[in-house]
Design a protein around this ligand. Sequence first.
Ligand SMILES: C[S@@+](CC[C@H](N)C(=O)[O-])C[C@H]1O[C@@H](n2cnc3c(N)ncnc32)[C@H](O)[C@@H]1O
Length: 324
Amino acid sequence: MDRALYGPDGFYVLGEGATGHFRTSVSGSATVAELFAGAVGELLDRVDVALGRPDPLDLVDVGAGSGDLLEAVLRSLGSERAARTRPTVVERRPRPADLSPYLTWLDGVPDMTGLLIANEWLDNIALDVVVADGAGDDVVLLVDHAGVETPGRPPTAQESAWLARWWPSGHRREIGLTRDTAWGAAVSHVQRGLAVAIDYSHSAADRPAYGTLTGFRHGRETEPIPDGSCDLTAHVAIDSVAAAGAAWGAAYGQAVPALLTDQRSALSALGVSGRRPEYAADPAGYAAALQRAGDAAELLDRGGLGGFAWLLHGVDLHPASVFG
Ligand SMILES: C[S@@+](CC[C@H](N)C(=O)[O-])C[C@H]1O[C@@H](n2cnc3c(N)ncnc32)[C@H](O)[C@@H]1O
């Protein structure tokens, strides 16, 4: 899965990435993306105030895909805050040639003070799938380029421990250790500030018995065949990721308070509203407000993007204080 996404011929390295294959809150229609960026800008404002207006104020987008979100957030900020903001994209993809020179492009999370955001990053971190073999023992599945599955090695002791704690039963279980490790490492770079992971997810109470690993190609869901031709993604076991963020803090004697909510609640708290506007005498203004409300509704719909989990970890600030 990792090679098929990020290897030399991988989906995210050779192809255009998300563009044309799937929509996210960041890569949806222009107005959806602008509304989402405005909410991230509002969150950055609140983090900035809570931290006492540091200079520089970091804004780090992990698994950004492009620099579009950061550029849109910068446009939404006042000039004083924009001048202090240090925008950084963290990506495994190569830097696009036409990227704004104001954006730093790194392949790892830097030490930072400010806001770290990761929209639909963790679901693209490769994981293994475990099934029971004929004797009822756990084995990690192998899959070839034709999609044929064969039983592979037994899980490692660490993988078995993760499964026992987070996903003890089911026909196809997805080992979330790689996501836990990635998130714990990302949070460990936040010296002061807020780290936010936004993704489709499940928790212990609603683990899917047959797993969630799937593919996307040209806007359609497809077989998750690891040949580089499609995106490969699996929902995030968000409760184990939340525990990994907290465990990082505990290991370093640092309290990392967390808040877990959904996108509808989060964006509503940041001022995004899908309420239909009052009819106005100005037809063009009314039509624009109606369009905006429709776009907001797409971000807030609990059956779609609005149902995504928002996991927030604060370092030197409580998520609830900026995000009540
Ligand atoms: C589904 S895309 C999300 C893009 C964007 N955040 C959005 O919401 O449209 C996931 C991105 O994460 C990137 N990615 C995956 N693993 C990464 C890692 N370890 N470090 C940095 N970027 C990574 C991929 O290259 C891909 O561009």
